[in-house]
Each structure stands twice: as C-alpha cells, then as structure tokens.
Design a protein around this ligand. Structure first.
Ligand code: FE
Ligand code: FE
Length: 202
C-alpha cells in the first residue's frame, strides 16, 4: 500500500465526515504521530495514515455507532454499551478495512486500541495512543507538559502516565465507564515503570 497516496484519499473523505473540531484534532495527531515515528524509528508515512484514520467513527451519533457495530458483527461489552465514547475505536478499526480499504492489520489494531490501550502494545499502537493524548490541541488533562516531554524520551513511561491519569480521572468522574482492558494495560505498564525507575513519579 502507498501510505502517502492512501492518506490523501482518506483525508478527502474524512473532511466531509468529521466535524471541524475533530478534524483539527486529527491533524494534531497526524503531526505528533509523525514526530514520534521519527524519534522511535517507525515508518512516519504509515504512522500518519493510522493517525488520520484513528477517529474516523467518532462523529457518528451513538445510535449510528451502535447500529454500525451490529451490522459489522462487533460484540460490545456492557461497559462499552453504557459508554459509547469507547466504541468508536473498535468500530473505526473495522470500518478502516471495509470502508477505507485498509488491509494492514497493524494500522487497524492501532485504531482499535487508541482509546483504552492494552497490555504489551506494538510500537504503532503506542504512537497513536500517546499522540492522541498529547497532540498540541489538547489542553485539559493534568501533567500534559510533562507527559509531552516524556513522550519524546521514553514512550513506555508516557503510556504509563497517560493510563494513570486517565484512570484517575475516570474513577473520579464516571467509575462505571472504566474499561477492563485499560485496567489490565495500566497494571502492565506500571510493572514496567516500577522495574525501571525507583525514583518519584511526576
Ligand atoms: Fe478517539
Ligand atoms: Fe482522537
């Protein structure tokens, strides 16, 4: 697949589907993912294609997302059904294949896990997960400046801090919406962090 050509093609389509706000966020994720790919030795064009697609299903209404999941035979957990914020990732991974002609599993998996994360992510999965959180348009999460710096030094540390802060926020605001996979992923990256550092966390 020609990643650059494909990115141009899907961009045109996504401009119509995504809201202006979401499109701006997407552009931020593309730029950040590209930079991270350069730093960690991944194909930047491929990372940009995964980034441009990552939220492709997010601006469909909850009803439309649930319907499309049903049509595609995607099984949803009770947490996902209660919190439709989560399902655009799973749905996006399938639509990337069926509606955007992406036949690359690495890209589809990176879309699939960009919201919850999972244990032992591949490099592209980590790049998209982190870029989604730190892209320049984001300004609400705590510790963003510190995590932006860490993301350029040690991507696993950045994944750990993002999961820690996301879980804390979710437990404080909507504990019913905490996905099992995020908990597992957090424990996994926490163990890596603890064996690497005995210093204080940020
Ligand atoms: Fe998303
Ligand atoms: Fe996003």
């Amino acid at each position: 697949m020609d990643y650059i050509e494909k990115k141009k093609e899907v961009e045109t389509k996504l401009k119509d589907i995504l809201s202006e706000r979401r499109y701006m966020h997407t552009v931020g994720v593309v730029d950040t993912a590209s930079e991270m790919a350069e730093i960690y030795g991944y194909d930047a064009d491929k990372a940009k294609l995964a980034a441009v697609l990552h939220d492709l299903a997010k601006d469909y209404s909850s009803v439309a997302q649930l319907r499309k999941c049903k049509e595609a035979g995607i099984e949803l957990s009770a947490v996902e059904e209660a919190n439709t914020e989560l399902i655009h990732a799973k749905l996006g991974a399938v639509l990337a294949k069926t509606e955007y002609g992406i036949d690359d599993d690495e890209i589809c998996e990176a879309i699939k896990w960009h919201t919850t994360g999972k244990p032992d992510m591949k490099l592209l999965e980590k790049i998209i997960f982190v870029a989604d959180y730190i892209e320049p348009g984001r300004d609400k999460a705590p510790n963003l400046d510190a995590i932006r710096k860490i993301a350029r030094k040690d991507i696993d540390d950045a994944v750990y801090y993002i999961m820690r802060d996301t879980l804390y926020y979710l437990y404080m605001t909507q504990p019913y919406a905490v996905d099992e996979m995020t908990k597992k992923a957090f424990e996994y990256y926490k163990a890596i962090f603890k064996t690497k550092h005995d210093k204080e966390e940020i």
